[in-house]
Design a binder for this molecule. Sequence first.
Ligand code: FAD
Ligand code: NAI
Length: 472
Amino acid sequence: SASADPYDVVVVGGGPGGYVAAIKSSQLGLKTAVVESRGKLGGTCLNVGCIPSKALLHSSHLYHEATHNMASHGISVGDVSMDVGKMMENKDSKVEGLTGGIEYLCKKYKVDYIKGFGKLGGPNTVNVDLTEGGLQSLETRNIVIATGSEVTPLPPVPVDNAQQKIVDSTGALELKEVPKSLVLIGGGVIGLEMGSVWARLGSKVTVVEFLDRVCPSMDHEITKAFTRVLKKQGLKFKLKTKVTSSEVTESGVKLTMEPSKGGASSTMEADVVLVATGRRPFTANLGCDELGISLDKMGRIEVDPHFRTAVPSVFAIGDCISGPMLAHKAEEEGIACVEGIAGFAGHVNYDAIPGVVYTYPEVAEVGKTEEALKEAGVAYNKGTFPFSANSRASCVGDKDGMVKILSDKETDRILGAHILGPNAGEMIAEVVLAMEYGASSEDIARTCHAHPTLSEALKEACMATYDKPIHF
Ligand code: FAD
Ligand code: NAI
């Protein structure tokens, strides 16, 4: 039944893009609903992405500390064992708590949460196939599409998560036991994070990557150092290699592969194979075509700088449009989009979106890589500082890694920062803020940093862009 009083905003999809847009919209005084078909709010990120992966990364890190690093501190822990079921329970309870928290926030800010699959019925109508059965038609002045993304299938290696042999990231978050051997197809963020979890728990992990390096969009100097660290942790790499076919056997999976450029094929067996070769926008059965909303070659919804699609009352944000597929990017877009709808000047600065890989140590980046600056012909200064020369890193025994700062040769304005090291994901926030304010690297270098902290390595890398660091 159509409601008499239309909504101002109906958001389709309750992930970090969608639920944040909905809450902000309601806070701005707009009558708002969010439609979600999963049964839980929080989207990919809270249910099968950021949060469960970080819970498993933390559990496996503790196990690794207990089995490898505590003895040197004089702590003996006897026989250490890992109950995978208990680890999964802990992860599930964290997910449960946070998704429930989002539902609470929607109530608190008076967002109507409608459980079901939303379809565009017209420029001002969302028809919902209700989860509990039946159909509800929502009339609205504006629609925000926030339907997110899904795993891109790799045809020679079909995923069946239930079987626990060839899995995607969702399956890798649910394994019932530690595989003796695990092959990751794709050396991107998902592969390296999930590979780290299972490697720490004892799996022999091999990364099969099509290109000549892992995390191909990362600054190359950082990738090299990162790969060295991962090798020390026991990960093996088969670069410039493509998988051409797979066969599920009684004991696991048999993969056939060959050099990316073609050549002699070889085979490899593993207990479990994780397909992590990328994600694609999810807009299936939404009704974009029927309404005249255009998609680009990669299936992303095309929008203008204010997130407006080809239909003026319909907007789109997050993983289903262009740009990095990151939760915080989706959230920023959600807020800017509804601020625009409410008549304010919402804006996202795409030059200052951090990216973090939550391995150990972490990798965190913002802005331009050295390769991108070279390619664009921008003259730059470069300052680096290794964690081996940072006193706090020595105290905690985490000496791998470095900070690298790139600044404009003429103005010293910070153009990029790349950190491989403990807590890099928290440290990068300082550079993101500095970049938002148009700071120079000297601004950070002349800012007093507490001693002894890891962030002093950042300060000294900034010193090194225009002068010399003190401790190296
Ligand atoms: P999504 O989170 O995908 O949400 C879209 C929601 O819309 C889904 O819940 C879906 O069920 C719903 N939906 C779709 N169509 C409809 C419809 N027609 N009607 C109703 N509901 C619909 N990003 C980070 O920033 N940090 C991380 O550490 C990180 N880790 C990740 C780990 C993994 C394993 C994965 C897979 C991803 C990770 N990401 C991470 C990426 C992050 O999850 C996404 O960038 C983010 O979730 C995108 O948010 P979104 O709101 O655009 O879409
Ligand atoms: P990705 O794009 O990060 O990496 C995919 C990798 O697979 C690339 O290195 C690519 O060269 C390689 N590849 C592609 N096709 C291949 C093939 N046929 N054979 C072998 N290798 C192949 O994608 P990934 O890891 O699946 O992650 C998807 C998205 O999820 C990312 O865009 C990322 O933004 C997001 N994510 C973010 C996280 C974070 O912020 N910490 C964590 C996990 C995911």
